[in-house]
Design a protein around this ligand. Sequence first.
Ligand code: TYM
Length: 343
Amino acid sequence: MSFTPRVFSGIQPSGDLHLGNYLGAMRRFVPLQDSHDCLYCVVDMHAITVWQTPEDLRRTTLELTASYLAAGIDPKKSILFNQSQVHQHAELAWVFNCVARIGWMTRMTQFKDKAGKNSENVSLGLLAYPSLMAADILLYKATHVPVGDDQKQHLELTRDIAQKFNNDFADSIASNGFDKEYFPVTEPLIAGPATRVMSLRDGSKKMSKSDPSDQSRIVLTDDADTIAKKIKKAKSDAEPLPTELDGLKGRPEADNLVGIYAALSGKSKQDVLDAFGGQGFGAFKPALAELAVTELAPMADEIRRYLADPTEIEAVLRDGAERASVIAAETMGQVRDIIGFVR
Ligand code: TYM
């Protein structure tokens, strides 16, 4: 069966949104609004898999929504909402907890990284996290999911869950009159020069919200001065930039900064090397800083403008949740029948 193309993606409201989230995900969400039905979600239920104070969660939910709006997500074109307002996410996640196997969850690298040596002592939610993520996507039968590279394994698991559900319930799916591919096998959209933005302090580590060093990341609310300083201080090397992509091999910091420039300017890494190959970081960093400030600083102003009126942001989320609920309720009703829940 062919599914209507539909895009779903989510970002956690935990900590400040950084350049990796923006270039690897959010910025790529914007043009998809013109070609697809899109749902963009503030995944607050995912955020509580690790401790968040209620005040922080509320603040970061509003900030992330303001960032979506400032980045160009249009709540009239797309459905923009927070996960906890659509209760079917939790409901379908429970069903998927009973479809997925514990071994599928314990082999997730993000779980292993986050749990570390402490795996008996983290929340049960952290282990079941990918099952909720599969529910986010499949509740809307989304066919395409734009994400950064670090979500690849979770999306493979989403495909496994969809396939196992379709198999386990094949007879019931058929007797209820649905096509045998009840849930779609979702395509990840992982593309562009910045699918994995690295720390500005260490080119071997991913830029992340949890890095203890503020200097390792640019956050979307940084002002122009801070952005420029962080780029000028970013770790680099002593060689001039190469003229060909091959020359970036074994130079993770150079590769990262070139990738950031490419993503911010909407060009390829080779285009950037065509312009800057042969020049050193003394010339490249100021150009990158200027580009980053031009692209990011107006967004920071826009985020602050939205945050000045939280009632407008809350209204956007409520409206989005209402529209999402219509689709979610339809899927969940069908899933109940397929499973055999009496209603
Ligand atoms: P989260 O909140 O950690 O990150 C949000 C998005 O940003 C991308 N990203 C990066 N991209 C490039 N370089 C980086 N350094 C970098 N760091 C983060 C992530 O790949 C992601 O696309 N589990 C998800 C949220 C989620 C979700 C979903 C996503 C929940 N349900 C359904 C898609 C569909 C997460 O924790 O993303």
